[in-house]
Design a protein around this ligand. Structure first.
Ligand SMILES: NC(=O)c1ccc[n+]([C@@H]2O[C@H](COP(=O)([O-])OP(=O)(O)OC[C@H]3O[C@@H](n4cnc5c(N)ncnc54)[C@H](OP(=O)(O)O)[C@@H]3O)[C@@H](O)[C@H]2O)c1
Length: 328
């Protein structure tokens, strides 16, 4: 099969599409004929050796996928060859076939196309887990989302609305804010040209936000922390802008909390809650309350270009990579 291969830590430009042996499903695993694989910022971190886990070389990046079950490993009863599934992956999605743990594969709703399914698991489940189980977002609360047109940010906007919150979307361009507005955000803040804290305070009548979902970190973290009201919770999701230092004194006085949330570890520690998150997301999708936003569909041969759209800060919503046309 053809796959995007990483042979040493480095920039994404070093990745090459190669002919490799197809993977075999072990016990409890399924082999998937890939139809679409969502691109994540973490793909670039993983090939640079900056991700939490470092696979042995050679490996293919790709943290999620959607396709058709080709074969089941020993002990897998819930799926059979021919089933349409989407899955979280340890890695390996940028390939014609990928192996997933059966417990981390989910049936694709009948009306969901493969492109949407390939872009669904990481962003939606990460945002849901963070908002539901860590942030404990409640209906009527105000949710501030940073990077609100990005993969994880845009799903947080939709999920916040589905949970009954008022959502303030914050991003760096008017175009990105328009995307967040179209997905239901109640108010928009351009943090490239406006003071984030001042705007959130003005939008909340001086009260501040209850929950902030932050996939950016860096310099923006401080302004986001100041935007929280009494009892506010800031959810640490990612650090594309750098890892911030947390001033503990600013948590104490306002009863604020800074909470980490990592889907990678959550799914191993709390599989039952993970399952409940996926069930709620699928219910919302079936009810038309979630509309996955896939802007680009690029062939495997252009996978590096697809990842670069994220690292260059040009992506909106999600991008998927699909196996090359026959013969590639
Ligand atoms: N903890 C978890 O469970 C979890 C799950 C998924 C992803 N993540 C992490 O969350 C982060 C975002 O991932 P993603 O896949 O959603 O990425 P993405 O689609 O590229 O979105 C990231 C957003 O961050 C903003 N940003 C600010 N500074 C940036 C920079 N220097 N380069 C690129 N973007 C920048 C951009 O919005 P503006 O231009 O509007 O600022 C962009 O839309 C990554 O660190 C990823 O590892 C964590």
């Amino acid at each position: 099969m053809r796959a995007l291969v990483c042979r040493a830590w480095g920039p994404i430009d070093d990745l090459r599409v190669e002919e490799v042996a197809p993977p075999a499903p072990g016990p409890g695993q399924v082999l998937i004929d890939v139809r679409a694989t969502g691109v994540n910022y973490a793909d670039a971190l993983m090939v640079a050796g900056q991700y939490q886990t470092k696979p042995a070389f050679p490996f293919s990046p790709g943290l999620e996928t959607a396709g058709v079950v080709a074969r089941c490993g020993e002990g897998v009863a819930r799926y059979a060859p021919g089933d349409r599934v989407m899955a979280l992956l340890a890695h390996g999605g940028f390939a014609e076939q990928a192996v997933a743990e059966a417990r981390e594969a989910f049936a694709i709703p009948a009306r969901m196309p493969f492109d949407e399914a390939g872009a669904f698991p990481v962003a939606y489940i990460s945002s849901h887990v963070a908002l539901r189980w860590q942030g404990r977002l409640e209906a009527g609360e105000t949710l501030l989302v940073l990077g609100a047109a990005g993969g994880v940010g845009l799903t947080a906007v939709e999920i916040g609305k589905a949970m009954g919150a008022r959502v303030i979307a914050a991003a760096s361009t008017a175009e990105k804010l328009a995307v967040a507005g179209e997905r239901g955000a109640d108010a928009l803040v351009d943090y490239a040209s406006e003071n984030l804290t001042d705007r959130v305070m003005a939008l909340t009548g001086g009260k501040g936000a209850d929950v902030c979902l932050d996939p950016v970190g860096g310099d923006l973290f401080d302004a986001a922390l100041s935007s929280l009201g009494w009892g506010g919770r800031i959810l640490l999701i990612g650090f594309v802008g750098g890892v911030p230092k947390i001033p503990a004194n600013r948590l104490l006085v306002k009863h604020r909390a800074a909470l980490g949330s990592s889907l990678r570890y959550f799914r191993w520690h709390a599989p039952d809650k993970l399952r409940r998150s996926v069930e709620e997301l699928i219910d919302w999708y079936e009810a038309g309350r979630l509309r996955p936003y896939v802007t680009h569909r690029l062939p495997l041969a252009r996978a590096v270009e697809a990842i670069r759209l994220l690292t260059d800060r040009r992506a909106h919503g999600k991008i998927v990579v699909v196996p090359d046309p026959a013969g590639g």
